[in-house]
Design a protein around this ligand. Structure first.
Ligand code: SF4
Length: 361
């Protein structure tokens, strides 16, 4: 059997606070808060929940000076690096850097004159901050759009990215990370493929405005997943119209599915069929919620019948199956205990805890 191997493109390594991005650093998972940044209490609470879910870098919107100033208080209460997301007003980038942001995200196309961009770059240099150039399909420069007859092609997006890399280069700045997002998968993939051939700067990969939990998860899994499988991408953000904690969960599932990173248990469960007579979907939800913050990378199976379950899931380190009032716990397909059906979750979680304790010794 041939093995699927991902040859990750070697990019330049940069640092965002204490997190390395690019080079041989693990592909990191990030998200963005959807609180008002000015609301320090709510924003800190959301970042804490994101940290708990495994978020490694967080971005906050900085729409005004109050939001920029809030960064210094927010930073005191969180442990992961914070990136300030700036549109239009270069002074907010400078205020955010001074308030302690660990990185800046700008779209130079909407910041304005070279003088303003230089002011942002100079400030980033003074504070040792990286800048993400975020190219979005929705905000390309007018002259570039004109050349492509008004259509936002992947080539036009890459031209915008290269222009902005060159511009930052003229200010002798190379602590750069790039993103080049469209809201549809084919164009996003094409743009990142093209960009990856043209630059060695680390790439932040995502499909922008991906959508609801269902459609956004599918789009992100395809867009981010296909690129990662081709070795493209150093940090990822899944974009969902949801609680950002779900973005982190989906992000790690993508990395786990491609075997790029381990992050907590992998839960496999059967789709159920006419042989299942236990509330399997409820059981899966309960187990998934209970193990959300665990980092132990073992495979757990939750199967809908005792006859086929253990055999179908014999690759799992630990599993449960149930039916007709009876529940069983198995390890690598071998039944190690049986109990009443209503104790399925309880037995699985207590055995999991035992394994987790052994691992942490
Ligand atoms: S494990 Fe049992 S219930 Fe689940 S799909 Fe297979 S046969 Fe059906």
């Amino acid at each position: 059997m041939t093995q699927f191997i991902i040859n990750r493109k070697k990019t330049k390594k940069i640092r965002i606070g204490h997190v390395a991005v690019g080079g041989d650093a693990p592909v990191s998972v990030q998200s963005m808060t959807n609180t008002y940044t000015q609301d320090i209490v709510q924003t800190v609470a959301q970042v804490k929940r994101l940290e708990e879910a495994g978020c490694e870098i967080v971005r906050v919107a900085v729409p005004d000076e109050e939001a920029a100033n809030a960064i210094s208080s927010i930073k005191k209460s969180i442990s992961i690096p914070l990136i300030a997301d700036i549109h239009f007003d270069y002074r907010l980038a400078i205020a955010s850097a001074r308030a302690g942001a660990d990185g800046l995200r700008i779209n130079p196309g909407n910041i304005g004159s070279k003088k303003k961009i230089k002011a942002v770059v100079d400030c980033a240099k003074d504070h040792n901050l990286p800048i993400r150039i975020g190219i979005n399909a929705g905000s390309l420069e007018k002259d570039i759009l004109k050349k492509s007859n008004g259509s936002v092609t992947a080539q036009a997006m890459v031209e915008s990215a290269r222009r902005n890399i060159d511009l930052l280069g003229t200010f002798d700045f190379d602590r750069i990370k790039l993103s080049i997002k469209a809201s549809d998968v084919p164009r996003t993939i094409e743009a990142y493929r093209l960009l990856s051939k043209k630059t060695d700067f680390p790439l932040h990969v995502g499909v922008t405005e991906a959508g609801t939990l269902f459609s956004g998860t599918v789009k992100s899994s395809l867009g981010i997943g296909m690129l990662l499988a081709e070795g493209i991408g150093d940090t990822i953000r899944v974009s969902l119209s949801r609680d950002p904690v779900d973005e982190i969960r989906v992000g790690y599932e993508i990395l786990k599915a491609l075997k790029i990173r381990e992050h907590g248990p992998e839960i496999i469960s059967c789709p159920t069929c006419g042989r299942c007579n236990i509330p399997l979907f409820d059981i899966v939800d309960k187990v998934e919620d209970a193990l959300l913050s665990s980092l132990l990378p073992i495979k757990i199976a939750i199967m809908g019948c005792v006859v086929n379950g253990p055999g179908e899931a014999k690759e799992a380190d630990l599993g449960i199956a149930g039916g007709d009032g009876k529940g069983i716990l198995f390890k690598k397909g071998k039944v190690i205990r049986s109990f009443p059906e209503e104790k399925l979750v309880e037995n699985l979680l207590s055995e999991f805890e035992k394994i987790q304790n052994e691992h942490s010794k």
